[in-house]
Design a binder for this molecule. Structure first.
Ligand code: TPP
Ligand code: MG
Length: 325
């Protein structure tokens, strides 16, 4: 567990983004050794959406996510050792080593699951919101999705049900402009905005900069409060950008499917660098603080990798347990 968090909320946001970045950079570094035998989709560059959103949620608010889930799982408080053990296929993994990177779960912190099938957690999240309503609880169900997932039929069914039943559902759309190699400009008509489409379905919507962690946290906080106060479901679209390839540990800018000037512009707007610049004169923040965080986090990551590497494999005789066939 992460035991050295600063009390100051702004510092916590930056430290948590740095922690997630360092975890994913460590995964990228270790991945080519071939010990993690699952496909892995990294969120490097997109950390602000996960961290800003989770900061505005309670531990008891359930969340579901996608194939690109490490950041959401960790920001929600998911256990790092169990994440890495899952990537190594070990019994101590959060899905007992059966799921790999795309099937993360930590019920202790309300992280109710992620799956590899794009869009498949949307109705699960809406179902969680229905459960909250039926039990008359004050929680909000958070549903992370990518820009590609809103193009699937299941999104419209799920969003419509949430609106008709006025469910406490918060859709967080990470719009990184791409579904694998396909840009939004090739997938949707010129000028169409995702949040405009969703507003037409009856959800309350807004679009924000997804690389500004403070702006994300503020926007999600407002939305969560409105939902808890009995408002309609909310859909927040956050524009952001992934730095690495769609699936795997490497950059893939050599493929040329993203304009070089876009890649450079987004990298110049790195969410962690931007947040650090914003905090330059903030009490308690300094270069030394960042360096201390770096060494604390590096030690935590080393320990978690050692745990994952040395943890036992699942017993082969249990291979049919905890899976559906
Ligand atoms: C139903 C389904 N169709 C296609 C795929 C292959 N696929 C995996 S990730 C992905 C892209 C999804 O894009 P988006 O929702 O924007 O998420 P991002 O990868 O950008 O985070 C696709 C098409 C899949 N896993 N499931
Ligand atoms: Mg996308």
């Amino acid at each position: 567990m992460n035991t050295q968090l600063p009390n100051d909320p702004s510092l916590r946001l930056v430290r948590e983004m740095l922690r997630i970045r360092m975890v994913e950079e460590a995964i990228a570094r270790e991945y080519p050794k071939g010990e993690m035998r699952c496909p892995t989709h990294l969120s490097v560059g997109q950390e602000a959406v996960a961290v800003g959103t989770a900061a505005a949620l309670e531990r008891t608010d359930p969340a579901v996510s996608t194939h690109r889930a490490h950041a959401h799982y960790l920001a929600k408080g998911g256990d790092l050792k169990r994440l890495l053990a899952e990537l190594f296929g070990k019994e101590a993994g959060c899905a007992r080593g059966r799921g790999g990177s795309m099937h993360l779960i930590d019920l202790d912190v309300g992280f109710e699951g992620s799956t590899a099938i794009v869009g498949s957690t949307l109705p699960v999240g809406v179902g969680l919101a229905l459960g909250i309503r039926v039990r008359a609880e004050a929680a909000v169900a958070c549903i992370f999705l990518g820009d590609g997932a809103m193009e699937e039929g299941v999104f419209y069914e799920s969003a419509n049900f949430a609106v008709v039943r006025k469910l406490p559902a918060l859709f967080i759309c990470e719009n990184n402009s791409y579904s694998v190699y396909s840009p939004l400009t090739k997938r949707q008509p010129h000028g169409r905005q995702i949040h405009d489409v969703v507003r037409a379905l009856g959800l309350t919507t807004a679009a924000h900069d997804g690389n500004d962690v403070f702006g994300v946290a503020a926007a999600v906080k407002t939305a969560v409060q409105a939902i808890r106060d009995g408002g309609s479901p909310v859909f927040l679209e956050f524009s952001t950008y992934r730095h690495l390839e769609h699936c795997g540990p490497y950059p893939d800018d050599n493929l040329g499917y993203r304009p070089e000037k876009d890649v450079a512009a987004w990298k110049a707007r790195d969410p962690i660098v931007q947040a650090q610049e914003r905090l330059r004169d903030h009490p308690g923040f300094s270069g030394e603080v960042i360096e201390r965080w770096r060494s604390e986090i590096a030690a935590e990551i080393d320990g978690a990798f050692a745990f994952a590497r040395t943890a036992p494999w699942p017993d082969p005789s249990t291979r049919a347990e905890y899976v559906y066939a």
